[in-house]
Design a protein around this ligand. Structure first.
Ligand code: AMP
Length: 113
C-alpha cells in the first residue's frame, strides 16, 4: 500500500509551499532546501512512490512532468544556460520522499555526470 507523504498535503494546499504551477496532473513547487539557485520539484498529483512503481498507465503523466519541467525552466530564466532534471529512486539514490518527483536544478554550473 502507498503511504501519503507531505507532498500530498502540498498538492491539496493543506500545508504551505511555494507553488509555481499546478494543473490536473502535476504540481510544481520550490524545494524547501535548495541545492541550486533554481530548485523546483515537479510532482504528479497522484501518489506514485518511486520510479519502480510506474507502468504504461502513467505514460502521459510522466511525459507531462517533463514538459512542465521544461516550461518552468524557461519561466525561471535558466533554459538558455541549461539545467538538470533528476529523479532519485530508492535509498541508493538518496530518495527521501516516497512520492515520485523530478528535481529541476538550474542557475549554476553543475559538475558533469
Ligand atoms: P528526494 O531526496 O529526491 O526524495 O528529494 C526530496 C526533496 O524534497 C528534498 O530536496 C527536500 O529538500 C524536499 N522537501 C522536503 N520537504 C519539503 C517541503 N515541505 N517543501 C518543499 N520541498 C521539500
Amino acid at each position: 500500500m502507498s503511504v501519503e507523504t507531505i507532498f500530498s498535503k502540498i498538492i491539496r494546499h493543506e500545508i504551505a509551499a511555494d507553488i509555481l504551477y499546478q494543473d490536473k496532473l502535476v504540481t510544481a513547487f520550490r524545494d524547501i532546501s535548495p541545492c541550486a539557485p533554481t530548485h523546483v520539484l515537479i510532482v504528479p498529483n497522484v501518489l506514485i512512490p518511486t520510479l519502480n512503481d510506474i507502468s504504461s498507465r502513467h505514460e502521459s503523466i510522466l511525459g507531462h512532468m517533463i514538459l512542465i519541467a521544461a516550461k518552468i525552466a524557461k519561466d525561471e530564466g535558466v533554459s538558455a544556460d541549461g539545467y538538470r532534471l533528476v529523479i532519485n529512486c530508492n535509498k541508493n539514490a538518496g530518495q527521501e520522499i516516497y512520492h515520485l518527483h523530478v528535481h529541476l536544478l538550474g542557475g549554476l554550473l553543475l559538475r558533469p555526470i
